[in-house]
Design a protein around this ligand. Structure first.
Ligand code: AMP
Length: 282
């Protein structure tokens, strides 16, 4: 595996590989890799000749009061697992190289970024879209893999690529969970032992909604109350940031479940803000 940290080098290397007729799949990450990330790398290997993994904690997607400085980091672990997973190039640029001091250009999809996580993180997706665009320009991938764990992010990236005619195919990958159902996330490292033991209740709450929807409960408000009740009962110390039933493509909030919909949640537990989602249907 090649480890590249300069923009010039990754650009030149990827250009050369493309000239040789190789296809490239990119897996953008913020590091502290777990089995969810590795599933994306595995998918990338199936799609293309060359797998590029980026490991970059993107400062522009963090607000000043967020966890940029505390974000978990273990470069040696990441290098070892990406290599074992069959990565060809690990790109790990320093933030100072990715952004000029007078960086002034942003890519935004405001229509899809305003709800869900966008309410508490209003500048987050602008940072995500901008860094992903920069990575696409540097690496020129044929494919890019993103996890359904970050459902809003995946939907926004798909729309950005469609609207701007970016020459890359976005591949969504299923959410990978711990054995007890907790969605894998680098931020799970923030949980204490006690919080970690309670965290799977978020998934259980979503499964409860799926079951109630099947039994005929189609009102979003009633489903939200059921989820809130479940969390209050099982993790009293948690605080729900949001629970929303949305159209799976437009992310528009739905008042009533028609055929199917995504229920997305964010829950604060200790120092972590945990995301999860589920597809429910009648
Ligand atoms: P992150 O390092 O958290 O920015 O995530 C990098 C990529 O991995 C994103 O496309 C995430 O959606 C994806 N990802 C993170 N956790 C999971 C998971 N548990 N299952 C599937 N994909 C994931």
């Amino acid at each position: 595996m090649e480890i590249i940290s300069t923009l010039e080098e990754v650009k030149a290397r990827c250009k050369e590989l493309k000239k040789q007729g190789k296809s490239i799949a990119l897996v953008p990450t913020m590091g502290f890799l777990h089995a969810g990330h590795l599933s994306l790398i595995e998918k990338a290997r199936q799609l293309a000749d060359i797998v590029v993994v980026s490991r970059f904690v993107n400062p522009t997607q963090f607000a000043p009061n967020e966890d940029l400085d505390a974000y978990p980091n273990d470069p040696n672990h990441d290098r070892s697992v990406t290599e074992k997973a069959g990565t060809d190039i690990l790109f790990e640029p320093p933030a100072s190289a990715m952004y000029h001091a007078d960086h002034a250009t942003w890519v935004e999809v405001p229509e899809l970024a305003k709800g869900l996580c966008g309410v508490t993180r209003p500048t987050h997706f602008r940072g995500v879209c901008t860094v992903v665009t920069k990575l696409f320009n540097l690496i020129q991938p044929d494919f890019a893999c993103f996890g359904e764990k970050d459902y809003q992010q995946l939907t926004i990236i798909r729309r950005m690529v469609r609207d701007l005619n970016m020459p890359v195919e976005i591949v969504g990958c299923p959410l990978v969970r711990e054995e007890d159902g907790l969605a894998m996330s680098s931020r799970n490292a923030y949980l204490t032992k006690e919080e970690r033991a309670l965290a799977p209740q978020i998934r259980k709450g979503l499964l409860l909604l799926q079951e109630k929807a099947k039994q005929g409960e189609h009102s979003a408000e009633n489903l939200y109350s059921l989820f809130a009740g479940h969390i209050q009962k099982t993790i009293p110390s948690a605080r729900i940031d949001y629970v929303r039933m949305v159209d799976k493509d437009s992310l528009e909030p739905l008042e009533t479940l028609k055929d199917s919909a995504v229920v997305a949640v964010a829950v604060y537990l200790g120092k972590a803000r945990l995301l999860d989602n589920i597809l429910i249907s009648r």
